[in-house]
Design a protein around this ligand. Structure first.
Ligand SMILES: Cc1cc2nc3c(=O)[nH]c(=O)nc-3n(C[C@H](O)[C@H](O)[C@H](O)COP(=O)(O)OP(=O)(O)OC[C@H]3O[C@@H](n4cnc5c(N)ncnc54)[C@H](O)[C@@H]3O)c2cc1C
Length: 452
């Protein structure tokens, strides 16, 4: 009855996953979240009667742990997932061409699509096919692949600036949140192998059909409640005290909370500040992972201007654009979310400056936007959206276990092998829950976790 509680600090996808896995294994769990809502880096807010997400979030069919979380919290019906990968890629002058997969096994599933892709000449296509085969063969056991950039490696194999933009960065930017020229080769190889080169269906694209906060935070709150997890919002963990042996003492303002174990599922810089120095000393210096920003521009038009559910832009600073009209709850017109990854150049710009930079670009890509009236524009900027998946990041990412068996780490920044994604967050949460249960000698109801 008086079993001491396991505490999870951080109510993002990592913390939610950890708390559910712990509760499902029979542990009494308290989840502490600093903010007044769950969902962490995935949330929605209201503006002028419409729902906007803090940033467009995309997942792929290969994100199995994330999709299992959606299932667990009853959100599977709130997302769309393409039956087959199909990306409309638009150039302002050359127009539309699609990157899509054929119903063939990997790697043949991409051959026909690449051959038909009009944004690359045949030389680039041949080089891309050869390079993709070499990328698929890279051994991810070689951690030294993390010492150099994906872009440098691609250029060495003859990738032209056009191929980098129209093919490699099209995938690298949204998945790694850095352009290929800045991203780690190891991380890039992991993404291309997992998403595109091994399993034909892996890269089919999915995203929330409703406001993200509804699919994640709200549904997770109900699932946690049903699982018996005590959720405390506006309850930031302030300090971790570790009496030798026995329970941890967690400081929350003036109050102290005893905890049999702790899953620390907060962003990496905050984890570094909270983790006791001797425990941190046993882990890589993850505070040095740094950050890469994401900026989204939300544009409401008085009429539909983009005839696609989403599209990618090349020959333009626009990267990916999503139709969010229904999710926003807009009765008429069209709401577009322009998603800019690796957005160092834009993160400090005013909404007016972003508007001046991107509305003309939208009009270049979508002719109907030239006649349409812009009703509202909002910008969301997250300077600390993800860690920087640059060379060197791999050795800075800690395992979920720490030198103190009572404390486990969770978060998309831990060493899951995945870039900073929802999938990585969920995997880390489940790994941390497993580590805590094992450390407590509990071997029943362990969450299944995928190998890192
Ligand atoms: C704009 C944007 C777009 C993105 N797009 C994609 C995408 O398309 N696809 C994708 O897969 N991923 C995307 N990501 C990344 C993805 O959102 C994150 O990797 C993932 O959600 C991180 O989850 P987490 O639980 O590790 O961390 P977080 O979501 O950061 O959760 C940490 C939680 O800890 C809480 N906290 C902090 N300090 C304390 C404390 N002291 N006590 C208690 N709680 C505390 C925070 O309030 C937060 O809720 C995007 C991120 C952003 C910001």
């Amino acid at each position: 009855m008086n079993q001491p509680r396991v505490v999870v600090a951080g109510g993002g996808l990592a913390g939610i996953s950890a708390a559910l896995a712990l509760a499902d294994a029979g542990a009494p769990v308290t989840l502490l979240e600093a903010r007044g809502r769950l969902g962490g880096a995935t949330y929605s807010f209201q503006r002028n009667g419409h729902w906007l997400d803090n940033g467009q979030h995309v997942f792929l069919r290969c994100c199995t742990a994330y999709r299992a979380l959606l299932e667990r919290i009853g959100s599977s019906s709130l997302v769309t997932l393409q039956a087959r990968l199909d990306i409309p890629v638009i150039h302002p002058v050359r127009g539309l061409s699609r990157l899509r997969r054929a119903p063939l096994p990997a790697p043949l599933h991409l051959t026909r699509g690449l051959a038909a892709y009009r944004h690359l000449g045949w030389r680039d296509k041949l080089a891309a096919a050869r390079t993709a085969a070499a990328l698929a063969r890279l051994d991810l056991g070689r951690r030294d692949l993390d010492d150099r950039t994906l872009g440098g490696w691609l250029r060495e194999r003859g990738a032209s600036p056009q191929a980098l933009e129209a093919l490699w960065d099209l995938i690298a930017l949204p998945t790694l949140n850095l352009p290929a020229n800045q991203a780690s080769l190891w991380q890039g190889a992991m993404v291309f192998q997992t998403g595109l080169l091994t399993n034909a269906a892996a890269a089919d694209i999915g995203y929330a059909a409703v406001p993200l906060g509804q699919a994640h935070g709200a549904r997770a709150a109900a699932a946690l409640d049903a699982a018996g997890v005590e959720v405390r919002l506006n309850a930031p963990l302030a300090a971790i005290e570790r009496p030798t042996g026995g329970d941890l003492r967690l400081r929350l303002g003036q109050a102290a909370l005893p905890a049999a174990a702790l899953v620390l599922a907060v962003p990496h810089d905050q984890a570094a500040a909270l983790l006791p120095a001797d425990v941190r000393a046993g882990a890589p210096d993850f505070a040095r992972l740094g950050h890469s920003p994401i900026v989204n521009l939300h544009v409401f038009y008085d009429r539909p201007v983009m005839p696609h559910a989403f599209a990618a832009g090349i020959g333009t600073p626009l990267q990916w654009v999503f139709d969010r009209t229904e999710a926003a709850g807009a009765a008429e017109g069209q709401c577009l979310a322009v998603s800019l990854s690796g957005a160092q150049a834009y993160a400090d710009q005013s909404t007016q400056a972003l508007r001046e930079a991107f509305l003309p670009e939208l009009a270049r890509l979508f002719p109907r936007a030239r006649e349409a009236r812009v009703i509202d524009v909002a910008a969301t900027r997250d300077h600390r959206a993800t860690f920087r998946a640059a060379p060197g990041a791999l050795r800075l990412r800690p395992r979920v276990v720490t030198a103190d068996p009572r404390i486990a780490l969770a978060g998309a920044w831990t060493d899951t092998g995945w870039p900073a994604t929802m999938e990585g967050a969920v995997r880390s949460g489940r790994q941390a829950a497993r580590a805590v249960l094992l450390a407590r000698g509990l071997h029943r109801g362990l969450p299944e976790v995928e190998a890192a």
